[in-house]
Write a new protein. Structure first.
Ligand SMILES: [Zn+2]
Length: 72
């Protein structure tokens, strides 16, 4: 299950994200993560970096699924 505080939305043009942790999950050395298909996961703290586009797609998918379930 995704933790909300571990999700970081970045601009669509971003292909490399840098992460050095945060106060919630703990600090770690600065690392650079290459986004694949608009998302990347930090191997230190598990933070997920996702572009706005991918995040939007994910949200609309979730909404659709929710509607479907509700209507059935
Ligand atoms: Zn990290």
């Amino acid at each position: 299950m995704l933790k909300r505080q571990n999700l970081k939305i970045v601009e669509n043009h971003v292909t490399v994200a840098s992460c050095n942790g945060d106060v919630i999950s703990g600090k770690h050395p600065n690392v650079y993560l290459t986004l694949k298909d608009g998302s990347a996961e930090c191997y230190y703290c598990g933070k997920i970096f996702v572009t706005k586009d991918v995040h939007e797609k994910h949200l609309s998918k979730t909404r659709k699924n929710f509607k479907k379930k509700k209507n059935v």
